[in-house]
Design a protein around this ligand. Structure first.
Ligand code: C2E
Ligand code: CA
Ligand code: CA
Ligand code: CA
Length: 281
């Protein structure tokens, strides 16, 4: 039994070592990813649950590595965060988003209200130059600040509550919009929420996935929507996968949704085609 115990420990530490090595290798590969054009963005529409129109897009990062193939963001974002390479990558994402919006805004008048949402990691947000970087990108691309939305997860905000609130307040002076992402998973208090200058709550997809089932567990979603209304926040449901969930959300008074039911994240040219066709979901 002792023997076996030890070999299990060895296997375990070998796995850890293997993971550490793999992370280190990926970290190196990530450093070259931008220059090698291995990063790209896909677009997921945000849809009005009232009339099915496209209100905007969330931009999601993709990495096709020459050595490792397609790596999902859930794997490479944490690596990029711990090495700090997320900072130049994040600025690149932001710049891409703003240029895209610039093209859309100059193309057609009635698309001026279109918004683009970008995910921002805590590491980026806490960067002292972040505010001036965002201001500079806004100036350079000439887009209306109010059509740019930055998404920060509730969990990461809670890891650094005071500093997050301070940085967010500074960002709000630029006129951009702020969203609290994956809401409901981070246990923030009502008082803390009220101290954040946010515009949007995004209901985490785990709660949305419970909607419309036989044992319809909608209490949390109901609560989040009530909270958002009290605080005059916009509410977006993420991970809407079927009609039943959409109907539940409509019944509960959620006005905006995102998810595979409408569309998975799509390539840029597909997003443009969608806009040109002025498609209603
Ligand atoms: P997130 O911001 O919560 O993004 C939503 C995730 O849900 C995306 O995964 C999206 O593809 C997926 N999704 C969309 N609709 C559905 C649906 O109907 N059902 C289900 N099950 N999933 C759906 P993705 O693209 O793999 O991104 C994962 C996470 O990586 C994102 O979660 C975000 O936290 C992070 N991420 C992605 N792009 C960036 C970025 O540019 N910067 C930073 N810092 N983080 C990013
Ligand atoms: Ca997000
Ligand atoms: Ca989310
Ligand atoms: Ca998430």
């Amino acid at each position: 039994a002792k023997e076996r115990g030890r070999s299990r420990v060895e296997t375990f530490s070998l796995t850890l070592q293997h993971n550490a090595t793999k992370r280190a290798q990926m970290d190196v590969a990530l450093r070259f990813a931008l220059d090698r054009d291995e990063l790209s963005l896909c677009y997921q529409p945000k849809v009005s649950l009232i009339d099915g129109s496209v209100l905007g897009f969330e931009l999601l990062l993709r990495w096709r590595s020459e050595e490792y193939g397609d790596i999902p963001p859930s794997e490479f974002i944490p690596i990029a965060e711990s090495s700090g390479i997320i900072i130049p990558i994040g600025l690149w994402v932001l710049e891409q988003a703003c240029w895209q919006l610039n093209r859309w805004q100059s193309e057609a008048g009635d698309r001026n209200h279109l918004t683009v949402a970008v995910n921002v990691s805590m590491r980026q947000l806490m960067q002292p130059s972040f505010l001036s970087d965002v201001a500079e990108i806004l100036a350079r691309t000439g887009i209306a600040a109010s059509s740019l939305e930055l998404e920060v997860t509730e969990t990461s905000a809670m890891a650094n509550p005071a500093q997050t609130a301070e940085t967010m307040a500074a960002l709000k002076t630029l006129g951009i919009r702020l969203a609290l992402d994956d809401f409901g998973t981070g246990y923030s208090s009502l008082a803390y929420l009220q101290s954040l200058p946010i515009d949007v709550l995004k209901i985490d997809k785990t709660f949305v996935s419970h909607l419309g089932k036989q044992q319809n567990d909608d209490a949390i979603v109901r609560l989040i929507i009530a909270l958002a209304k009290t605080l005059h926040l916009e509410i977006v449901a993420e991970g809407v996968e079927n009609k039943a969930q959409m109907h539940e959300l409509q019944k509960l008074g959620c006005l905006i949704g995102q998810g595979h039911y409408f569309s998975p994240p799509m390539k840029q040219h597909e997003a443009e085609k969608l806009l040109r066709a002025n498609r209603q979901f």
